[in-house]
Design a protein around this ligand. Structure first.
Ligand code: PLP
Length: 375
């Protein structure tokens, strides 16, 4: 029986402790390198991650937001353009659009997948629409076949926000290889996380890849010669070396997340107070970055679980259109009831490569106990 010591929402220390020796070895190797930025570890990670995704190009950048923004910038999306985006997502997805000067056009999610509802995209397409920015939220791939049909019909680009979907796949094709380009974040808590900030762009498009490579490095291929006005956003060499250590374990970690998700799916009793995430269809491999349940008493449930030594979080308490940062967009929240419902009711349970099945069973028992008390 589980001893009931604190179940952390994200136990980074135990996740990274597994790589202790690897990290130290790679740091020692790194200290001997004479060229420290845009060097061998980054090149090797870009090669390894591109192979893992099955794409031609991977370009390491400073973080996930920069990855999204650089792609939009390279596609010349800017002032006067519109980009379709899920109403419910982390704010970074929207920030990439507004930072290039374009307008985010929110689309409601599907309540069972939490992902953008493909049936509601077409009604938001206008002659200003340039791209659809999909988010494989919580690690579940979006319904790309339907989205691709719309993109083809209106000649729109598809950018995947795969920040939460390392290793997820649809019909055997990995997220990161399902659109025209994709953006990854390697923020420490991600399924593939480094020990600081990091990000990458993946694409099969040679022209975009070259432009993104230039853009992340001051617009320069040859030192001190600048072909385009770029910026400085390079995936750090040391972070790339940590990612090289961790990448071979990503599939096993994702399988473990799937095992914990099955424990939750099979043991948490659904009812009026608790709604479980929809079961992904068999052709989809969920990366289960987050396991999110819906509960009308999510705050009380979170407090109750904290009292039982279980940490939870909300992803996310406020949608982008309710954030002060976007007051200037004057978006009417009433237009997005499904998204509002998710944000108001969501609660994320501990899931990760070091959560044990005993811990997960204890979480289920506590949730079931809370549900029975509240009825
Ligand atoms: C869906 C989504 N998009 C983009 C990002 C941005 O990534 P980063 O924090 O590396 O900039 C995140 C990070 O949390 C995210 O969850």
């Amino acid at each position: 029986m589980y001893d009931k010591s604190m179940i952390k929402f994200l136990d980074l220390e135990s996740i990274n402790r597994r790589f202790d020796r690897h990290f130290k070895d790679s740091f020692d190797k790194f200290l001997k390198q004479s060229w420290i930025v845009l060097s061998d570890e980054l090149k090797s990670f870009e090669h390894n991650f591109a192979n893992y995704l099955g794409v031609k190009h991977c370009i390491g950048v400073g973080n996930g937001l920069d990855a999204l923004e650089i792609v939009l910038e390279c596609w010349n999306i800017g002032a006067g353009d519109e980009v379709i985006v899920p109403a419910n997502t982390y704010i970074a997805t929207w920030l990439a659009i507004t930072r290039v000067g374009a307008v985010p056009i929110p689309v409601e999610p599907d309540i069972s997948t939490f992902n953008i509802d493909p049936e509601r995209i077409e009604e938001r397409v206008t002659d200003k629409t340039k791209a659809i920015l999909v988010v494989h939220l919580y690690g579940l791939p979006c319904e790309m076949n339907k989205i691709k049909q719309i993109a083809n019909k209106y000649s729109l680009k598809i950018l995947e926000d795969a920040a939460q979907a390392h290793g997820a796949s649809a019909n055997g094709v990995r997220c990161g290889n399902l659109g025209d380009a994709a953006a990854f974040s390697f923020y420490p808590g991600k399924n593939l996380g480094c020990l600081g900030d990091g990000g990458a762009i993946s694409t099969n498009d040679d022209i975009l890849a070259r432009k993104a490579r230039l853009t992340r490095n001051y617009g320069s291929e040859l030192k001190y010669y600048n072909d385009i006005p770029g910026r400085n956003s390079r995936l750090d060499e040391l972070q790339a070396s940590f990612l090289n250590c961790k990448l071979p374990y990503l599939n096993a970690d994702n399988n473990h997340r799937n095992m914990i998700a099955s424990v939750y799916m099979q043991n948490i009793k659904e009812g009026v107070n608790i709604r479980l995430p929809g079961k992904p269809i068999s052709e989809y491999y969920h990366a289960w970055h987050l396991f999110v349940i819906l509960c009308p008493f999510s705050d009380q449930l979170s407090d109750y679980l904290r009292g039982m030594n279980i940490q939870t979080m909300k992803h996310y308490p406020l949608p982008p259109y309710k954030q002060k940062a976007y007051a200037g967009l004057h978006i009417d929240p009433e237009m997005y009831p499904v998204s509002n419902f998710i944000h108001d009711n969501c609660l994320s349970l501990p899931i990760g490569p070091t959560v044990t099945s005993e811990q997960a069973l204890y979480v289920c028992a506590c949730i079931n106990e809370f549900s029975s008390q509240i009825c």
